[in-house]
Design a protein around this ligand. Sequence first.
Ligand code: SF4
Length: 323
Amino acid sequence: MIKPQVAISSCLLGEQVRYDGQHKRSPLVVDQLSPFIKPISICPEVGSGMSVPRAPIQMVSKDPHSVNTISLQQVDSPFQDFSADMEEYFRKQTDRHKFTAGLISKSRSPSCGVTDTPVFTESKKIASGSGYFVRLFQQKFPQVPVIDENKLSIDEERHRFLTCSFALGRFYSFKQLDRKIALSSFHSQHLLLFQSIDADKSERLSAFLAQSTVDKGCEHDYLVEVSKLLQQPFDIQTALAAFEHFIAQPNQFTKKKLDNTSHVALSQLLERLKYRTEDLSDPCMFYGSITKEVNALQLNELKQNAFFAPYPDKLMWRNREEI
Ligand code: SF4
């Protein structure tokens, strides 16, 4: 399986780059995930020219009623403004992230936080939001999933992040192909996975590809919609309906016909899954069970289809236990 390129806050990787000279090493990121991805270490503050150690900074809004005009200021010296330095650093980084398929970022940081970074006026906290670097990153790369280390430890959040990140990684692995072929190969490989999450949106994506002139803009819009779809909440009934549809009409999803043994094995698997809907309402359990059974049955031809292997089975654990 491919290893997607994932940008990670350097302090989570154990690098001593924080304002106090310390790190925030995450065993989950370093020991569990890193072997399956291509990690890229990023520290936006050090990259913007700040020293280690350094005086703490914070996000400040000039308007007490809005967070639209934010700047990155030193806590004890508001005249020290690092906004322009960080924007310059980000501009220089954009090429490096052309094929980045995920960002794992440090929570609450004024630069790296994803949703919970405090925003202050001169005197008090007025809101929470994304850190300065993450804002820039999300504006430029809206298709790339972003998560912090706290959400990463929640099974369903981690599952959505990994599903989207590995899908984008697979897409980038097609990049040497002609754009039209790359998009259509990727779409066929992921169609069943899309349907198992949201059948209507999946159909709209197919129609969008069929109707569009395949250019850079179309590719961008398609990937943004794919990313939104893959990060939607999971619904077991939708997933079962898609699997049932696949068993009834496999030729819609795969060029090769299913042989009789595979057809019987998958039908039996579907029946077993139907009896476990409560247990499988968590997507880690659902896709983990399918992947495990397809591996055990040695249905190797199905492993090319993202529904049966959205990301490596060794990452499909729940609450740190293997499924
Ligand atoms: S949170 Fe981000 S900016 Fe702060 S030390 Fe970690 S990597 Fe650097």
